[in-house]
Design a protein around this ligand. Structure first.
Ligand SMILES: Nc1ncnc2c1ncn2[C@@H]1O[C@H](COP(=O)(O)OP(=O)(O)OP(=O)(O)O)[C@@H](O)[C@H]1O
Length: 266
C-alpha cells in the first residue's frame, strides 16, 4: 500500500476487551520506539480513536487533491477514522457492504506519509465484514487482544482462526485487564481469571506479547484523550506497551525476512 511499509491488524473476538485502548497505546509506543506510525480506526460503527487521541469532535482531515485526505496528526502519529468524516452523535445504520465500502475508502483515499507501521483497529467480532477487511488489505500480521476470562478467550480463538484462514500471521496475544490493581491500596486481584492469554498463545503456537492490568488510570487517560504511553512516558505500563511494540516489530520483520509478504485482492 502506498506510503505504508507494514500493516498490523489489532483484533479481538469479543467487544469491550480494550482493543481500541491497546491499539492507541501500542501505536504510540511504536512511535516512541522510533518508527513512523499510522493508525486507522476501522471500527466504522463505533469509532473511538478520535476521542482517545484527543482529536476534537468536528475536526476534519484536509483534502489532498481530489477525493483524497491527509490523516490527522496526533502525538506524533498519523490517524484516520470514520469519526473524522461523519457526525459521531448520529447512529450509523449501515449494512455490511456499505461498511466495508467505507472502510475501503478510508484505506484507498488516505495519503499516509511514509509510515513504517500502520495499525488497524478492527471492529469486534469475526463475521463477514472482518473477513472481507482482512482479505482486502495486505496485512503483515495480526495482534489479538483478549481478557483472561473464558468467554473472551473463546472469541479470541475465533479471531485467531479467522486470521489463519486468510493466511495472515498471528504475531501474538495481548492479555488486557489481567489483574485489577486498587488505586487506593495497591492490592491486586485477578478479577477475570489467570493465565488465559498464556494458554491460548500456547495452544495456537503463538506468543503472549504482554499483560496489562485493569487500572483506573488506563481508562481515565484513554477516555481523556491522552493515552497512558503519552501521559506517563516513563511509567511501567508504557514500558509494557513498548516491549509489546518491539515484539511486534520483531515479528513483522521476521516474517518479511522469511517469505515475501502476502497480499490479497479481489
Ligand atoms: N487495562 C484497562 N484498565 C482499565 N480500563 C480499561 C483497560 N482497557 C480498556 N479499558 C477501558 O474499557 C473500556 C472499553 O475499552 P475499549 O473501547 O478500548 O474496548 P474495545 O474492545 O475496543 O471495545 P469495542 O469492541 O466496543 O470497540 C474503555 O472505557 C477503556 O478506557
Amino acid at each position: 500500500m502506498e506510503g505504508v511499509k507494514h500493516i498490523v491488524a489489532v483484533a479481538s473476538g469479543k467487544g469491550g476487551v480494550g482493543k481500541s485502548t491497546v491499539t492507541a497505546n501500542l501505536a504510540l509506543a511504536m512511535a516512541a520506539e522510533g518508527y513512523r506510525v499510522g493508525l486507522l480506526d476501522a471500527d466504522i460503527y463505533g469509532p473511538s480513536q478520535a476521542q482517545m487521541l484527543g482529536i476534537g469532535e468536528g475536526v476534519r482531515p484536509k483534502m489532498a487533491g481530489e477525493n483524497r485526505f491527509n490523516p490527522l496528526p496526533a502525538y506524533g502519529i498519523q490517524a484516520m477514522s470514520m469519526a473524522f468524516m461523519v457526525d459521531i452523535n448520529e447512529p450509523m445504520v449501515w449494512r455490511g457492504p456499505m461498511v466495508s465500502g467505507a472502510f475501503q475508502q478510508l484505506l484507498n483515499q488516505t495519503v499516509w506519509d511514509d509510515v513504517d507501521y500502520l495499525f488497524i483497529d478492527m471492529p469486534p467480532g469475526t463475521g463477514d465484514i472482518q473477513l472481507t477487511l482482512a482479505q482486502k488489505v495486505p496485512v503483515s500480521g495480526a495482534v489479538i487482544v483478549t481478557t483472561p476470562q473464558d468467554i473472551a478467550l473463546l472469541d479470541a480463538r475465533k479471531g485467531i482462526e479467522m486470521f489463519r484462514k486468510v493466511n495472515v500471521p498471528v504475531l501474538g496475544v495481548v492479555e488486557n485487564m489481567s489483574l485489577h490493581i486498587c488505586s487506593n491500596c495497591g492490592h491486586s486481584e485477578p478479577i477475570f481469571g489467570e493465565g488465559g492469554g498464556e494458554r491460548i498463545a500456547e495452544q495456537y503456537g503463538t506468543q503472549l506479547l504482554g499483560q496489562l492490568p485493569l487500572q483506573l488510570s488506563i481508562r481515565e487517560q484513554a477516555d481523556g484523550g491522552k493515552p497512558t504511553v503519552v501521559a506517563e512516558p516513563d511509567g511501567g505500563i508504557t514500558e509494557t506497551f513498548r516491549s509489546i511494540a518491539r515484539a511486534v516489530a520483531e515479528g513483522v520483520e521476521g516474517q518479511s525476512n522469511e517469505s515475501p509478504s502476502i497480499s490479497f485482492s479481489d
